[in-house]
Design a protein around this ligand. Structure first.
Ligand code: NAD
Length: 386
């Protein structure tokens, strides 16, 4: 079925990151791009040789597409996904899935009613070391997993002024406002979801160019108590002056542990009770030959050029597979909300001295907002307008 699935992208800058992958996957054809910024639209469509372009999203959503990739600012993910689903399109949206609880509910309803596939593009779950650790964790190599960490340290004060939505939705709210890259992979290793979060921050030490302190504290720490009793700690820092580290993770189980590098010559390291006599670090890559899943063994050359070390290619490949084979998307709407909602409700925790806040499971919400825990039903997390 070469090129049978027609793809449109809304939000050209980040959306461009998917182009090589769409062109590499044989079943898909990129036919159009939409962006309200005419200059960006012109530049990107020229770059990729796309003739059909839109500045009005609804017009694109009304057209003969099979798949829409939503790569616009965070608060638009749900409205644009819902519109596409209602028009019978399969949807891949950027992270996070939603910006308030009402949006989560709307998204679930639209997915259920549409019969179409929805997936959240949590690309860090496709990164090579994360895929290898997932495979090993699911095979029980770490024993029972009970502690993990994820850190996303990405100083973006300058980017806030160019992509102004970030100044509202990422640094203009308090709490863990961009959680999915850190939480997503570790949650998959655990095969569990977050039951409760407590969130605290390190205070406010930076001001924007207008002289206002950022509403988001410099480093926020979200402690996630998992349903089965384990714990994942998530650190988010978009403000501190320092080098980036977007991909620090760790995992502890009853039979071993893993730590990602924090840079400066460090590598992915592991210790496993059943494999190592001495208690010291060994290279994760010693286990690549035995445990690396098939998709990462012989990736096509084009895949490796597709962005995020090949992760963007595998993400599109998986999304297309779930459409073609009619299977569950690897990060479906409920998985997407499991990765997103802890961050949303962390705002209530951090604004109330770090109190524990329950994380609703949208699989069990039949009536909204009635079925939410009291603390959330009576909070301003239901609908957030900035
Ligand atoms: N997964 C990742 O690694 C990753 C990386 C970067 C960004 N992102 C996510 O991608 C999204 C976009 O981020 P970005 O850095 O490209 O932001 P950006 O501001 O550079 O791009 C957003 C684009 O959307 C366009 N847009 C805004 N409203 C629109 C509308 N109503 N209709 C059509 N176009 C509209 C803007 O003109 C702009 O060109 C965000 O949600 C962000 O969280 C994810």
């Amino acid at each position: 079925m070469k090129g049978e699935l027609k793809v449109g992208i809304v939000g050209a800058p980040r959306g461009s990151g998917f182009v090589r992958a769409i062109q590499t996957v044989t079943e898909t054809e990129l036919v159009t791009i939409c962006d309200i910024n005419k200059q960006i639209l012109e530049d990107r469509s020229k770059q990729f040789g796309i003739e059909r372009k839109y500045t009005e999203y609804e017009e694109m959503a009304d057209s003969d597409l099979d798949i829409i990739i939503v790569a616009t600012p965070m608060p638009l993910h749900v409205p644009q996904a819902v519109m596409a689903l209602k028009k019978g399109k399969h949807v891949l949206t950027e992270v996070p899935a939603a910006t308030d609880l009402e949006q989560c509910w709307q998204l679930v309803q639209a997915v259920k009613e549409s019969g179409c596939k929805y997936m959240m593009a949590e690309n860090y779950t496709y990164m090579k070391p994360n895929v290898l650790i997932r495979e090993m964790a699911h095979k029980g190599i770490f024993g029972e997993t009970y502690f993990g960490e994820g850190e996303y340290i990405h100083e973006l004060k300058g980017l806030n002024e160019i992509t102004k939505w970030r100044r509202k939705w990422q640094t203009g709210r308090n709490g863990c406002t961009y959680p999915t890259h850190s939480l997503g992979p570790v949650m998959q290793w655990f095969k569990d979801r977050v039951a409760t979060v407590c969130c605290l921050g390190s205070g406010h030490h930076y001001k924007d160019p207008r002289g206002d302190f950022y509403e988001n504290e410099d480093s926020t720490f979200m402690i996630c108590k998992m349903v089965r009793g384990g714990q994942i700690n998530v650190r988010l820092d978009m403000l501190s002056d320092r080098p980036h580290n977007l991909t620090y993770y760790s995992l502890q189980g009853t039979k071993g542990c893993y730590e990602a590098p924090r840079g400066f010559g460090d590598d992915h390291k592991i210790w496993l009770k059943d494999y190592h006599k001495e208690i010291k670090w060994y290279s994760l890559w010693d286990f690549e030959a035995k445990f690396m899943p098939e998709m990462w063994r012989n990736p096509p050359e084009e895949a490796l050029r597709a962005g995020h070390g090949g992760g963007d290619y595998f993400e599109i490949r998986d999304f297309v597979d779930c459409i073609v084979k009619e299977t569950k998307p690897p990060v479906d709407v409920y998985d997407a909300l499991d990765m997103t909602v802890p961050g949303l409700v962390s705002e209530l925790s951090i604004n109330n001295g770090g109190i524990p806040v329950p994380v609703p499971d949208f699989r069990n919400i039949n009536k909204f907002p009635d079925d939410l825990p009291d603390i959330l039903r009576n909070s301003n997390m239901i609908s957030v307008q900035l």
